[in-house]
Design a protein around this ligand. Structure first.
Ligand code: MG
Length: 267
């Protein structure tokens, strides 16, 4: 670099440094921030960057409904899913969905005839079976309906707080609340007890699988029930569920909101 080049370089360096210093003086938000967020309790530190990236990619594919039917989470993602469910990420994702749903519910003008309805799924939407799944590998084990039914009959699944907030807001706004679940009719009493203990005190309909619904996929069953609901005159303006089979199919809601759930897939 010749003399003139050196002078130009030093001038530019001084201007840049001076400019940055001025900004830092004026705006403390521009102070350097850590580039790495520290999760001291995270299990991800035991995973390679590639595994974390592959498992994140898999989880995004789950949420975007891009995967075919699957029975268990990938074995290499066991720690990743556990970390996601127990760390802050799961709750932050649920809070985001709840807030967006609430904004949408508030933005609508209700018909005034009491027929605007919001449909909620129950499991992993209003109440959480995470205590059960924490004993069963967070989706690593093949689903065992006998063991799961035992857990259901305890009736102690806690409320999912962001969903409870949405439920209260939707109720306050005057929507009819319709609970549509893949649980069988023989679990009606324990479901009501569980929901009540979790804080859900009021709804207009609770629809479970009847005798003729056992062989149907969740998607077909729920589509049929939504059709019946609309034939009664309800307008399904919102639908919240943790499975695409809660939301997709036919007679869908005006808007559907997918809650995160990387632990299992129900077609
Ligand atoms: Mg569910």
């Amino acid at each position: 670099m010749d003399f003139l080049g050196s002078v130009v370089f030093l001038c530019l360096f001084s201007i840049a440094f001076c400019h940055e210093s001025m900004e830092m003086d004026l705006d403390p938000d521009l102070l350097p921030r850590p580039l790495v967020i520290e999760f001291s309790e995270s299990r991800l530190k035991n995973l390679t960057d590639d595994i974390v990236m592959q498992c994140t990619s898999w989880r995004v594919a789950v949420e975007a409904n891009n995967l075919g039917p699957w029975k268990t989470i990938p074995h290499e993602c066991a720690d990743y899913v556990k970390d996601y469910m127990l760390g802050r990420s799961y709750n932050v994702d649920l809070e985001k969905v709840s807030k967006e749903s609430e904004n949408y519910a508030k933005s609508l003008e209700l018909g005034g005839d009491g027929m605007d309805a919001w449909v909620f799924d129950i499991d992993e939407t209003l109440i959480s079976n995470l205590p059960y799944y924490s004993d069963h590998g967070y989706g690593l084990e093949v689903f065992n309906n006998v063991q799961f039914d035992k857990w259901i009959h305890e009736g102690v699944a806690p409320a999912i707080k962001p969903s409870f907030k949405l439920y209260e807001e939707v109720l306050r706004l005057g929507y009819k609340i319709i609970l549509l679940t893949g649980r069988n009719e023989d679990k009606r009493n324990v479901t009501v007890t569980n929901l009540t203990h979790a804080g859900y005190q009021k709804w207009d309909k609770l629809i479970l699988r009847g005798e003729n619904d056992h062989e149907k996929s969740a998607s077909v069953f729920k589509s049929e029930k939504r059709k019946e609901i609309t034939e009664e005159g309800f307008r399904i303006v919102g639908n919240s569920g943790d499975q695409w089979s809660d939301l997709a199919g036919t007679t869908t809601a005006s808007r559907s909101f997918k809650l995160s759930n990387p632990m299992y897939h129900i077609p």
